[in-house]
Design a binder for this molecule. Sequence first.
Ligand SMILES: [Ca+2]
Ligand SMILES: [Ca+2]
Length: 440
Amino acid sequence: MHPTKSRHDRFSRTLALCAGLAVSTAGCAKKDRDAVGPTPAEGAAAEAPAPPVASAPDLASATAERPLRPEAPSQLIATRNASGDGGSKGAKLDGLKLPAGFSIAVYAADVPNARSLAAGKKGTTFVSTRKGDKVYALVDSNGDYKADRVHVVASGLDTPNGIAYKDGSLFIAEISRLLRLDNIDAHLDEPPKPVVLSDSLPDEKHHGWRYIRFGPDGWLYIPIGAPCNICEREEPIFSSIARMKADGTGLEVYAAGVRNSVGFDWHPETRELWFTENGRDELGDDLPPDELNRASKPGQHFGFPHCHAGVIVDPEYAKGRACTEFEPPVRNLDPHVAALGMRFYTGKMFPERYKNAAFIAEHGSWNRSKKLGYRVMVVRLDGNAAASYEPFVTGFLDETKDEVTGRPVDVEQLEDGSLLLSDDYAGAVYRISHSGSSDG
Ligand SMILES: [Ca+2]
Ligand SMILES: [Ca+2]
């Protein structure tokens, strides 16, 4: 039996056991909590973002450019580790597995703490950092689909995890600020001083790292995660996917009841927002699942903190609410996999069966007793239903040793139909391509 399938079966049994009995989740939670290693306090520490690296923004001097080496030299990486740039371990692709016909190669090996990806104009890809203070631009200047230069386009930032590119400008979301670098393509060597569009985003650090993208409606979407593992805040902006106008004004809740989303995309045909969501901790190894959700209109509520995964009433925060009151997930993902970036595939390079499929980067569990995730999954759709949830890139996790060589963060499609994948553990960006000689 495939290991993923066996986990699904085990998960289904646990879910049935815990969710099937009306008041049994508390019992399940207690039993499972006892089996989990880290205490809530340790958990919060492990998830908390790094403090700002620089005491004062140093944006004007962010002009460094350095040649990209084929393999990141260990000395360079050691230097970066010491400087607190995210502790990059270097890319190791030997043990990775993909479906037949697909291959994965290093696109850029020199991108410490590589997080969110945003395609710029042809040949340029922007890469954010979360534990670092920088935003990078990778440039493939000769069109061979390997980056030739890595530019630092901004530095001295506070957790600049969110980036989006629109009409020649790069938008960067720190925890509490939204910045814009204009005419960025012409100034990769000497980036402009950023325009501060907003400095009033919530400043809570727990789930405070942002993920931003422009929707088909021209609004900038920005999840505002719950500032906790689980809690209920009076301010409706928390545990939401919010949006604002491109000039940083008009912040409003678009989708409520979302614990923390770090990845989303709009369906290529319906133009509806689909998003991944990270489930709460401290309910044990197998509860709750992460989720893939669909927002068909503004104003829907997706359950947090009252209901998880469409069926699990929270043992502490149910507050008399029933799961039937909320939008259920399209698909429950495996528990604690930390599903982050997702993209619908619209390219021509991959076989037909991947058309409009959702590729999901699973960063991997951080407090599960046995690690899970650390892979790219693909969810193929049948209309608005998930028809499958299958491994696409695996091998970053050695399950027998419980050791890790990479942590997928975000996926982005290049104009040739290949996919880029960021890895904040290795400090690298990979490119996944299909040979065309197999239907994979
Ligand atoms: Ca190149
Ligand atoms: Ca939900």
